[in-house]
Design a binder for this molecule. Sequence first.
Ligand SMILES: [Zn+2]
Length: 269
Amino acid sequence: MSRPERGSKAQLAAIAQLLHQRGWVANHDGNVTARLGPDRFLATPTATSKAAVDDRGLLEVDGKGNRVAGSGRPFGEIGLHLAVYAARADVGAVVHAHPPHATALACSGSGLLERPFIAEAVVSIGPSIPTVPFSLPGPGAAEALARFAADHDAVLIASHGALAWGADLEQAYLRLELVEHLARIAILAQAAGGLRYLPDEAIRPLLEARAKANLGAAADRAVEGGARPVVACAPAPHSATPVISPGRPSGSEVAALVREEILRALRER
Ligand SMILES: [Zn+2]
């Protein structure tokens, strides 16, 4: 099967199906959106297993979550996605699921992902994946999330799951994958004797590497100001890149760039 075109309906449907294949959703859980243009978003339909989503079943909603095209109904958590889009003009896609390890941390309140413990992840996603405090589903949950959208690229949501966003569908999906991977590692490390966080002095060169890779406005500010970097995840990348941009580096190219930048930053110390 050929790879779906980036930013296409086929790519969004493929990512929805991946959420099910990876075991990150059950029943009708999970949802995926992509920005199509001003006040227009492509979305998965509600009340549908992500295993059954195809490009014909997708719908379009406006900035208030009202359906403007397609036959399915918008999902109830659309407010979470719209809160991120409203806060971040650079975001082209949002992916939400209940991956078991990330959700276990979201339900335990342990905060294990709030400090960095793997160098490469600091460059890729920033030094902290915070947990949005619990709110009942609805506008309160969207408001709670909105406070985290400017300075982070992924969050856990207390007693709920995980949400990640990016310049395009691939980046948003890969960030959610990284959150689940880090959560699994953190849980295993705790069981293996205790999770050890990176030393404070390691954070600055990693944030410099993140800035060099054009992966974080907050990291840029921390480096420019010469201040001790704040432990807060930066948005990435911070250009107003549209969702369909064939010239942008792919997720694997970004990963290679991140590895290079880490090595360079550590060599230059
Ligand atoms: Zn959910």
